[in-house]
Structure formats: C-alpha cells, structure tokens
Write a protein that binds this ligand. Structure first.
Ligand code: AMP
Ligand code: MG
Length: 355
C-alpha cells in the first residue's frame, strides 16, 4: 500500500487536512496523525471493521484496549456513562485538564464495540488538544479510537518520520504536524469514589498530567503502592515490556553498578549531563545524549525522550545506558517508560519470552 503524507503546519489549511482525513476515516480506513502526546493511528471508534485495521497495522494483540478521542466535553456521553458518585470530580477534571493529556476510564456505553475496549466494561476516553487532531475530529464528527502509531511494543513515534519508519506501506495516510508538544502518552486514571472524602485516582499510566497537578482533586494511587487497585487488565501499556528499543537498554540508578565491558560500544542517555549526572565519568562513552542539555528541565526531556531513544536505537550500539530521571513531575512517566523499555529491549524473541 502506498502511504500518502500530507503536511499540516500552523500556516496551512487545517480544515482541508481535516476533511481529507475524515473522508478516509468515514470509508473505514486508518489515518496516522499528531497528538500533543505522541502520534496516533486513528479509526472510527464505532466501526469494528475500521478498528480491526488498527490492530492489524500495529500487530497489536486484541487484549490491549484503545483510547477513544472526542471533539468536545459533551461527546463523552456518546461513549461512556458517568456514575453519580464521581460525576462532580469528573466535571472538575474535564474543566481543568480537557482538552489535554488526561484519559479517564469510565463505564462504557453498549454502542462502543468490544474490540475497542478489549471486552472490558469500561472505556478509556480523552479530549485531545492538538490542533490537527481537533481538525480531524471536527470534520469526522464522531469519536476516534487511536493508539500510538507504532508497531506493537516498540518505541512510540513523536514525529511523522518515526511513524513512516513504523507503519509506512501499511497505512494509507500520515498527517505530518511536526513534533509533539508533550512527547509522552496521556496520563490514564480510574476514579474511585470514597464516602465522605476526596476520591482516589488510580494512576493506570503516568503521563504529562502529573500527580502534582491531580492532587488538588483526589488522592493519587500509583501501581505497586498502597491502595492501588489494578483493573486486572493485561494491557501492554501496563505490562512490563513496552516502548522497547531493539538495542539492549539498562537503567543504572547507581553509577558504581555500571562496569563497562572491554570492546563494547556504549551510549549514555542522561537528563542534563551536568553536575547531577554522575554517570558521565563512568565510561568512555561512544555517544552521550542529553534529554535537556544544561537546564535539566523535565518537560523538555519528555518532548525529546522517544526521539532520542529511537535515534540511539538506530546507531548500532551494544548497549544504551540510561540514567533514571528525578522522581517527580513528568519524570515519573519517563521512569515508567525507561523501566518498560529496559524490560523489553534487546530482541523480539526476548519480549515474547518475557510476556
Ligand atoms: P495507547 O492507545 O497505545 O496509548 O494505549 C492505550 C492504553 O490505554 C492501553 O494499553 C491500556 O493501558 C489503557 N486502557 C485503554 N482502555 C482501558 C480500560 N478500559 N481500562 C484500563 N486501561 C485502559
Ligand atoms: Mg502505545
């Protein structure tokens, strides 16, 4: 299949781009498009045949549910129901964070195909902020299911060229809208009402909407920590092996634990390379990539994270050594991605064995 690439920069005609994509989507096709998080692969969320094409192009297993994207807050009712005991906090969260990178897991409406939710009785929904994504949603006039536009388990794409590497020849259209504003996938939460006090937010995936930002509205419960209730889904976004480079990757929290082997070529992925980075002197690095040179700013690191990981993966090193990020803000999401990347890194066979 020939993959058409169309450009959608801020000076362009977004309405035209939206309509071109919407025509394909209405015909049951898939379209790759930018989001403020990472590039997504979109299809009509209410059309099971179209949704099946997402799973086929990505080679994604059917047990991994998709996120549904809506144009405005009211459209939430097309795909989800809101239990009375969380209605108030849901409204507050939507007012505060939508459009944006917060995904809510809510009871699903029967109209949503089971393939979108992997048979679960809940659906994950968000309202994206990216202007290109919004132009497509506006023209299409319906909810779009869209996971990240990469082959299953691989590094998420944050540019149109990364999407082309992943899915070129498998999908009919990629919209190139430039780099992604946030750079990591949305924060996913499930809300649990608690009698007489603030609700609990179970953080199913950490992302650009941070715990610090969510705190005023509820108590955040992280996986593995006290009070976290697993949804029981075996979804790879929540599995150990994901976002994986083919080059082996290791996260080294204590520099003294890294002993380079003779003759091997190592790359270092560090936050800032400055005083805080103790790994800088631990080896004769073949390459050093800094996520936020000098400044060490986490939002900047997030924007560059998948791009640099993908780049290093293509340069034939024996191993990528990564430094853990500070454990606050979007650093929590980056550490989550690094941990899963380490688990799945190396080879496809290793991934399969681990899962
Ligand atoms: P992606 O669309 O690739 O960014 O990832 C979608 C992820 O959203 C899945 O891998 C799950 O982790 C999560 N997800 C989607 N739907 C649900 C749901 N109903 N309950 C819990 N998590 C979900
Ligand atoms: Mg993904």
């Amino acid at each position: 299949m020939r993959t058409e690439i169309i450009y959608a920069d801020s000076t362009g005609d977004l309405e035209w781009v939206g309509e071109k994509a919407a025509d394909l989507l209405a015909a049951g096709e898939v379209v790759a498009l930018p989001a403020e998080t990472v590039y997504g692969l979109a299809a009509d969320a209410m059309n099971p045949d179209a949704v099946a094409k997402i799973f086929a192009a990505k080679e994604r297993p059917a047990h991994d549910p998709l996120i549904v994207h809506i144009f405005n807050r009211e459209d939430l009712r097309l795909v989800a129901t809101i239990p009375d005991d969380i209605a108030e906090v849901c409204k507050k969260l939507r007012d505060e964070f939508w459009p944006g990178a917060l995904t809510l897991v809510l009871p699903k409406r029967p109209e949503v195909p089971d393939s979108v939710t992997a048979g679960l009785d809940t659906v994950a929904v968000r309202m994206p902020a990216d202007s290109v994504f919004r132009a497509v949603l506006k023209a299409f006039q319906g909810p779009l299911a869209a996971p990240s536009a990469n082959r299953f388990g691989r590094i998420s794409p944050t540019s149109a060229s990364a999407v082309e590497d992943e899915l070129g020849g498998r999908i009919p259209m990629i919209i190139d809208g430039g780099a992604c504003r946030d750079g990591v996938e949305s924060t996913i939460i499930k809300i649990e009402a608690v009698e007489g006090t603030k609700p609990n937010f179970h953080i199913l995936r950490s992302g650009p909407v941070t715990i610090e930002m969510l705190k005023p509205f509820g108590r955040c419960k992280l996986p593995g920590k006290k009070g976290f209730i697993s949804t029981g889904i075996e979804a790879p976004g929540q599995l150990d092996s994901h976002y994986a480079p083919t080059t082996p990757l290791r996260v080294i929290p204590r520099p003294e634990d890294f002993v380079p082997e003779e003759g091997k070529r190592y790359a270092l992925l560090t936050l800032d390379g400055g005083k805080k980075s103790k790994l800088m002197d631990a080896a004769a690095w073949d390459k050093i990539e800094m996520l936020s040179p000098g400044a060490g700013k986490l939002p900047e690191a997030a924007v560059r994270f998948f791009h640099l990981l993908r780049q290093l993966d293509g340069e034939g090193f024996d191993e990528i050594i990564a430094e853990p990020m500070p454990d606050h803000g979007v650093g929590i999401a980056l550490n989550d991605r690094l941990r899963r990347a380490q688990h799945g890194s190396g080879s496809a066979t290793q991934n399969a064995a681990d899962e």
